[in-house]
Design a protein around this ligand. Structure first.
Ligand code: NAD
Ligand code: DAU
Length: 326
């Protein structure tokens, strides 16, 4: 597993090695521990006999080649994942997301007979005002982050088409849950509100996202890893579409704050995608996927986790650029 010290990757490891996991897996996490990787996310599994950790870079071809020989499957989470950071500078996004993914698929091809699940994003499709994207929709990414993710998708799929490598791609919507780095909307707003600070709402607050609980994302990835088909792409959605304004209202309510004193409209994100929406018919009909987590319940649990785990997020530099209030 690459990127297993991050938000979603660490949840996946904890799940697979936990009591609800399949019981027959051992996992090596390969993670560079960038600002987004936190070793504490893996504390729960550190002593599990099936767990090992390698501190390293997915762009290191020698290391990746050596590890690939010792493993039969790769679930690839490692990436630079924050759109705002990619707007400030895309170099690290190209390096990790594109070069890193190429290093992995090349090593998998050289090792032979490997399965690689590439965790991608709905952002590769661009922005959609109405309706939903099926997997066959052409890619039209808009930010340096999503363009780098789209490049990595296509590279991974090219290794299936060209070399017959068993590559499976997932494209999911916005994840939420515990251990989410507080630079993204939900954890940033929750931690600010718990500290009595304001939250920065971009533009008119009318941008829409589909929210997917990490348990449901992990459920979808597991279905793809265990039952998915080589060379196929699977969308994974959460089924809860909200504008940022609507979501902010729910977060204020959950944190006991009010709009007038806590919300600040700030200048918009450059090239801000208006709406994402994936059509999940394929994974539902082919693999039996259905999101199970009720959004309000998941959000309440998430807020509670941030209340209970200040020691996890208080030392973190949220790295948010200050934006002009409008
Ligand atoms: P994250 O930023 O929380 O974690 C990324 C992890 O990758 C970190 O542990 C980091 O240390 C590691 N990493 C970064 N560069 C590396 C490198 N060169 N070598 C090895 N490890 C490296 O990300 P996340 O939110 O958990 O996202 C995981 C994956 O899911 C990403 O590929 C992302 O594009 C995708 N995704 C995320 C979301 C979401 O809502 N968070 C939605 C759709 C898709
Ligand atoms: O859709 C999947 C994607 O979701 C993943 O591929 C990305 O890795 C992940 O970061 C996420 O991207 P978004 O850009 O949608 O997430 P973010 O939390 O950064 O922003 C969600 C929405 O909230 C977006 O419309 C921008 C807005 N926003 C965000 C921040 C950080 C604000 O209004 N204020 C903020 O401070």
């Amino acid at each position: 597993m690459t990127g297993g010290a991050g938000f979603i990757g660490s949840h996946y490891v904890r799940r697979l090695l936990g009591p609800k996991g399949p019981g027959d897996v051992s996992i090596t996490v390969l993670d560079l521990l960038t600002y987004a990787g936190n070793p504490a996310n893996l504390d729960e599994v550190r002593d599990h006999p099936g767990f090992s950790f390698v501190h390293g870079d997915i762009c290191d071809a020698e290391l990746v080649g050596k590890l690939m020989v010792e493993h039969d499957q790769v679930v690839h989470f490692a990436a630079e994942s924050h759109v705002d950071r990619s707007i400030d500078g895309g170099a690290e996004f190209v390096r990790t997301n594109v070069v890193g993914t190429h290093t992995l698929v090349e090593a998998a091809h050289c090792a032979g007979d490997r399965t690689l699940v590439h965790v991608s994003t709905d952002e590769v499709y661009g922005s959609i005002d109405t309706g939903s994207w099926p997997e066959t929709h052409p890619l039209a990414p808009n930010s340096p982050y999503s363009a780098a993710k789209a490049s990595s998708d296509l590279l991974a799929l090219s290794y299936h088409r060209t070399h017959g490598l068993d590559v499976r791609v997932t494209r999911c919507s916005n994840n939420y849950g515990h251990h989410h780095f507080p630079e993204k909307l939900i954890p940033l707003f929750v931690t600010n509100l718990l500290d009595g600070k304001k939250v920065p709402l971009y533009g008119d607050g009318g941008n829409v996202r589909d929210w997917l609980h990490i348990d449901d994302h992990v459920q979808g990835i597991e279905l793809v890893r265990t039952k998915g088909r080589a060379g196929e792409v699977y969308n994974i959605g959460g089924g809860t579409e909200l504008s940022n304004k609507e979501l902010t209202g729910l977060l204020l309510e959950a944190c006991g704050a009010d709009w007038e004193t806590s919300v600040e409209y700030v200048e918009d994100r450059k090239g801000h995608d208006r709406r994402y929406s994936v059509d999940c018919t394929k994974i539902r009909e082919e693999l039996g996927y259905a999101p199970r987590k009720d959004f309000r319940e998941g959000l309440a649990e998430t807020v509670q986790w941030y209340r209970d785990n200040r020691a996890w997020w208080e030392p973190v530099d949220k790295g948010t650029a200050s934006r002009r209030v409008v």
